[in-house]
Design a protein around this ligand. Structure first.
Ligand code: GLC
Length: 458
């Protein structure tokens, strides 16, 4: 072969190798989802997460739609089994197997009259990703099928959004509040942990902290038996999470009773940005099936977009979560800082400011972005849960926002580094943003599902 032929064929070889790699990754991702498939729903990962989680199933359906559209629909419909009679969607539906009796007993959802009759769930929710998942599945359907899919899911979606505003926005501010870090899905994210340490550590937890009893607390945990402690919640924080949960259970998850006795309520930035986007989807669904949204709900939805701007801090040029009671902004940067890009309602000027943070290699622009806490934060730890690692679901949200706002090059680059990270390290729960070392659970479902979605889009 002469040298010009070799040169010409190189790009082709490169393309073929890349295609091969993509196919391999796709097949591996499918296998992960298959392993975690329970028939009607998918668990996040074997061993560590044996139940069905709300936003996990939404991300999983977004991936499944490319490989088995009926199975994707089932994933969503199985979530709706857990919907409470007041519209609430719980963050977890418990596996009915006998071995998980203790998990169900810890929550005792049946103490609330609105809980579902035949299922045990938690008594709190998670970010409202349902509308996004319904629409993403709808995009893969023909027009008539899409319409009937929307008709089928609309009543549950409407009831959920109405519940969010009626129960979680008691002062009609346009922002909904959350009562437990598990509700935001970013469990130990710095703004919430700061509030927890400042106001919520009961005296006996403070005593355990002073006496360095972390090792003792870990004896009772499921996660640290499987995953190194450094990658999980700090034991004192884990204990505080359970203590807040017990307090909610004592009030049978009745929001009026909870709010009259507790000051731990936060209008979380990520949750509210996801709700703003979910509202846009709900509106589009209603239009397509020729339903009118109730006036009160549409008013609140409009108000929500405007209220997001109250979370902007001019001095630091960033958005933050807010304490519901004091209205103080919780000025701890985290991955939430970038979530207004996903909401999609912010001005070009503010979006540019956020994109600059993403580009900055000392802030969010790490080698394998996007870190869940910026690199220049004193709280940054590369392997510790939501205190530094890169998570694929938050990348997906921000990429989706970037694309809609016209930052298509940024979106494409981030998609590429996310896939590279997974190719390098596997389908883990999270990864070090500096060198992509994997951490947390192995064979993690949303990492696999969203990798499928990225591969099918690129
Ligand atoms: C962890 C994550 C949460 C997720 C759950 C199940 O608690 O913080 O976001 O839903 O695991 O994967």
């Amino acid at each position: 072969m002469n040298s010009s032929v070799i040169l010409l064929s190189l790009p082709l070889i490169g393309i073929l190798m890349l295609m091969n790699e993509q196919t391999d990754l796709l097949e591996q991702a499918k296998a992960v989802l298959q392993t975690n498939d329970q028939g009607n729903y998918t668990i996040p990962a074997e061993g560590l997460y044996p139940h069905q989680w709300l936003w996990d199933s939404c991300f999983i359906a977004i991936g499944l739609r490319h490989i088995d559209i009926d199975r994707a629909k089932t994933e969503i419909l199985s979530l709706l089994r857990g919907q409470w009679h007041n519209g609430m969607l719980p963050n977890m539906i418990f596996n009915p197997d006998n071995q998980y009796r203790r998990d169900r007993e810890i929550w005792r959802s049946w103490s609330n009259p609105y809980s579902p009759d035949k299922l045990a769930t938690t008594g709190i929710t998670q970010p409202p990703m349902l509308a996004e998942a319904v629409v993403k599945v709808g995009e893969r359907l023909k027009k008539a099928e899409r319409r009937s899919w929307y008709k089928q899911t609309y009543p549950a979606l409407l009831a959920y959004h109405e519940w969010l505003y009626s129960e979680r926005d008691p002062h009609a501010e346009g922002l909904v509040l959350q009562i437990h870090p598990w509700e935001i899905g970013l469990d130990n994210t710095p703004p919430w942990m700061q509030e927890l340490h400042d106001h919520q550590l009961a005296f006996w937890i403070q005593a355990a902290k002073k006496l360095n009893l972390g090792w003792f607390i870990n004896l009772f945990r499921r996660d640290t038996k499987r995953i190194p402690g450094i990658e999980r919640l700090d034991p004192i924080e884990a204990l505080a999470f359970y203590s807040i949960q017990r307090r909610l259970r004592r009030k049978s998850y009745d929001i009026d009773k909870i709010l009259s006795h507790s000051l731990f309520a936060i209008e979380d930035l990520t949750f509210n940005c996801i709700l703003i986007r979910a509202n846009q989807h709900l509106q589009a669904i209603a239009e397509l099936i020729k339903e009118d949204l109730p006036h009160e709900l549409s008013d609140r939805m409009k108000q929500g977009e405007a209220a997001l701007e109250q979370l902007w801090d001019v001095y630091s040029g960033q958005y933050y979560s807010r304490n519901f009671v004091t209205h103080k902004l919780l000025k701890e940067p985290s991955i939430a800082t970038l979530m207004p890009l996903y909401a999609g309602t912010i001005t070009k000027d503010r979006a540019d400011q956020l994109v600059r943070l993403l580009e900055n290699s000392h802030i969010f622009g790490s080698a394998f972005p996007i870190p869940s806490v910026p690199l220049n934060s004193a709280r940054f730890q590369p392997h510790t849960y939501w205190q530094g690692p890169t998570w694929v679901n938050t990348n997906w949200l921000i990429i989706d926002g970037l694309r809609r706002l016209g930052y298509t090059d940024h979106a494409a680059a981030l998609t590429e580094t996310t896939l590279e990270m997974i190719r390098k390290s596997g389908f883990y729960e999270y990864f070090s943003p500096t060198d992509a070392t994997p951490a947390g659970a192995q064979n993690f479902s949303w990492t696999a599902a969203l990798a499928i979605d990225f591969l099918k889009q690129s």
